[in-house]
Write a protein that binds this ligand. Structure first.
Ligand SMILES: [Zn+2]
Length: 561
């Protein structure tokens, strides 16, 4: 057998393999998009030939590139054209006046015609020093002739101005839909501007969209958002039938240069079935027996990994579903508020059963412990066990009760945590839930102690794609006010890095191809300007990406300092 020659060799580390069996190596060789050799310098240099490029790392750290364990790629296609009204540091906002300023600047840079929507993202009352929600009265004087929609940081709601509310047909006579909230002006039934959950989701799906061609042309810029952070596997974690059609077209046209994992939204199953299985004559929430064959394989860098279900809303929006009431009441000041599920338990059971029978992996959004209970009950009713190795991902798993971790072990559930919450909303959670419940937010250390596989995510665009903030918050868990949100749940930098690499790969069944530096795996790699396991943890946030490689090909390179 002819020995293959390396195209590229990295040496002079540190090189973090993310493989517990061999955490560090001296050198790595790459050929044909894969890792040819990883090990001692002499062994790896033996694969060098006359044309091999040898890169000396000189103290910069090489490691497997990051895998987005949960986020919304479709939002990247939109965000490239939206106003960022996020709070510091994700955006520039700390009060209502800042939001108005951002909008003025955005419209100056991206002029709108009368009647055209002005859209912003990242709105959250907890970022505002004003101590109140942004109201349509704040927005109305600025753009009376344009509907305005500022999406809530949870992506589960938005604030609209009067023109926007008029376009979507919501007024004083509109009742709150089941599972939704229309915030009203004090002492009146007039909408104030904020719509949450089922009051928002249908209007958002009905928003006018850019042309297909325009969206296809945004794929490059959207992928750059990930590549510059060292992320080479992206996720579209709630894919509509409409978006999937667009993404498939982009993939077929060769526009994807990073891998994209899609999770079609369970609510869209009827539309998906109609499109992909036109001869199928089953019930509206059913899938044909052949559906499982469409899942699990990349085609043109696009893979369907499973179906996305969701049981509750967001904790910061107070629409998660908890077993015990919040200390601060509901979104409209309701006493004894513990949120509500988005769907009745019978429907959740039906969905979980159907997917389990068809052997399609389930990715289920659960934030509050009562939502997690519903999922646990549904899995038990469907006969799901750990031995079946289904890798049911419970996205967020944010406010668990400690004993629910045992149910995860029993059922083979695997949490994808959201530790950046400790920074962005940690103080809000302490206020709403008290310290005991807030401190068990995204309990990574407890989950690891039970032997669970845990990933971590940014839930882009709820928070920006920022692997370093995920690592930092998993390690330190410090809130905006400086409180450690659950000292017992802090993990080591190595564990925090595994959650973004090998563990995230495992959850999407790609641990044989990605997530560690081992001979034979894809050469999906990132060079960082420092080793996250070797710097003081407060400095992790300052670590910069130097270069990102997808299958051995450079897809991002920082400008030389
Ligand atoms: Zn999400």
């Amino acid at each position: 057998m002819a020995t293959q020659q390396a195209e590229l060799i990295f040496r002079g580390g540190p090189i973090l393999t993310m493989d517990d069996a061999r955490p560090r190596v001296q050198a790595v060789a790459i050929a044909d998009g894969r890792i040819l050799a990883a090990g001692d310098e002499a062994e790896v240099m033996a694969t060098a030939g006359a044309d091999t490029q040898v890169v000396a790392l000189n103290g910069r750290a090489l490691m497997p590139s990051f895998i987005d364990a949960h986020g919304h790629f479709a939002n990247a296609l939109q965000i490239v054209k939206w106003a960022n009204v996020s709070g510091l540091p994700a955006g520039p906002v700390s009060c209502i006046a800042d939001i108005l300023q951002v909008l003025r600047e955005h419209v100056a840079a991206h002029p709108v015609k009368p009647g055209e929507w002005i859209i912003g993202y990242g709105y959250d009352v907890s970022n505002l020093s004003d101590g109140r929600q942004l109201s349509r009265d704040d927005l109305d004087p600025l753009f009376p002739g344009n509907p305005v929609l500022l999406i809530h940081s949870s992506n589960h709601g938005a604030v609209l101005n009067s023109a926007g509310l008029k376009v979507v047909g919501i007024d004083a006579s509109t009742p709150d839909p089941a599972g939704g909230v229309i915030l009203r002006k004090a002492g009146s039934s007039e909408p104030e501007g904020l719509l949450m959950e089922t009051a928002f989701l249908p209007i958002f799906t009905a928003m006018p969209q850019p042309s297909e061609q325009e969206l296809l042309e945004r794929f490059n810029a959207a992928q750059q958002i990930y590549a510059r952070t060292g992320t080479t596997t992206m996720q579209e974690g709630a894919t509509s039938a409409h978006d999937l059609k667009l993404i498939r077209k982009a993939a077929e046209q060769g526009r994807l240069w990073l891998d994209l994992v899609c999770l079609p939204l369970v609510l869209e199953v009827p539309k998906l079935v109609k499109e992909y299985f036109p001869d199928f004559s089953g019930g509206p929430m059913e899938l044909p027996d052949t559906a499982a064959e469409s899942f699990g394989t990349y085609r043109n860098r696009l893979k369907l990994a499973g179906i996305k279900a969701l049981i509750d809303g967001s904790p910061q929006g107070k629409t998660a579903f908890w077993s015990e009431p919040l200390l601060t009441g509901g979104p409209n000041g309701e006493p004894d508020w513990r949120g509500q599920p988005l769907f009745p338990p019978e429907l959740i059971q039906k969905i979980v059963k159907e997917l389990a029978v068809k052997a399609i992996p389930i990715f289920c959004h659960c934030n509050g412990d009562a939502a997690i209970d519903l999922m646990i009950d549904a899995a038990r009713a469907a006969g799901i066990t750990a031995e079946q190795d289904r890798r049911t991902v419970i996205i967020h798993s944010q406010f668990m009760r400690p004993e629910q971790l045992d149910a995860y072990v029993e059922l083979g559930f695997t949490p994808s945590f959201f530790t950046v919450h400790t920074f962005f909303w940690g103080d809000v959670h302490v206020e709403n839930l008290g310290r005991e419940r807030a401190y068990f937010l995204s309990p990574m250390a407890s989950a690891l102690a039970k032997g669970l596989h845990c990933s971590n995510h940014n839930d882009f665009s709820v928070t920006p794609v920022e692997p370093m903030r995920m690592i930092y918050t998993a390690v330190e868990r410090i809130s905006r006010k400086g409180e450690v949100i659950g000292p017992d749940e802090r993990v080591s930098p190595w564990q925090a890095l595994k959650a973004l690499t090998i563990e995230a790969a495992w959850q999407i069944r790609e641990e044989g191809q990605k997530g560690t530096i081992e001979a034979g795996k894809l050469a999906d790699l990132v060079i960082l300007d420092a080793d996250p396991t070797a710097v003081p943890s407060a400095d992790i946030l300052r670590i910069a990406v130097v270069e990102t490689f997808k299958e051995g090909k450079s897809v991002y390179k920082a400008a030389a300092a």
